[in-house]
Ligand binder design. Structure first.
Ligand SMILES: [Ca+2]
Length: 151
């Protein structure tokens, strides 16, 4: 067992079970700051919870997001029921706190891959967005999920 695996093992035995047993540990309330306004002013900030406003199935628990020039795409992690693949997308040309500006898609539930659920961040190469595998329902995994922004 090398050092990386050992560190992963420690996370599995401490961090993950603690989070899973903690009510409210996973949420979907997106916080937005307008950097043209003062940092320490409440009106510079806004929060919106798409799932509580009828968007998607259970869009909670994301890890990282990426901006493609129009959309912000959130990488699914764990929604409280377990690792998930419900990708959340915000259209930045539309109002932040309006359900119609948000959409979700769950590629795993639509037959993509084997069990591509539970990611830790996203990266893009100018066309594709990659979701970094973390933990699915079977444990640590390495199934990279890729979204083509120009189908
Ligand atoms: Ca949830």
């Amino acid at each position: 067992m090398d050092l990386v695996q050992w560190i992963r093992g420690q996370r599995m035995h401490s961090n993950i079970p603690w989070r899973a047993s903690e009510p409210g540990a996973y949420h979907g309330e997106v916080l937005r700051y307008d950097p043209s306004l003062p940092f320490d002013l409440p009106s510079s900030w806004a929060a919106f919870d798409p799932g509580s406003n009828g968007v998607g199935v259970d869009p909670d628990g994301y890890n990282g997001a990426i901006f493609d020039g129009r959309y912000i795409i959130f990488g699914p992690s764990n929604n409280g029921s377990g690792p998930h693949a419900e990708v959340l997308r915000y259209d930045t040309t539309l109002p932040f706190n309006s359900a119609g500006s948000w959409m979700t898609f769950d590629p795993a539930d639509q037959g993509v891959g084997t069990n591509p659920r539970g990611f830790a961040g996203t990266v893009d190469d100018g066309r594709y967005i990659y979701f970094v595998p973390d933990r699915n329902s079977w444990g640590p995994h390495d199934e990279v999920l890729r979204y083509d922004t120009r189908p």
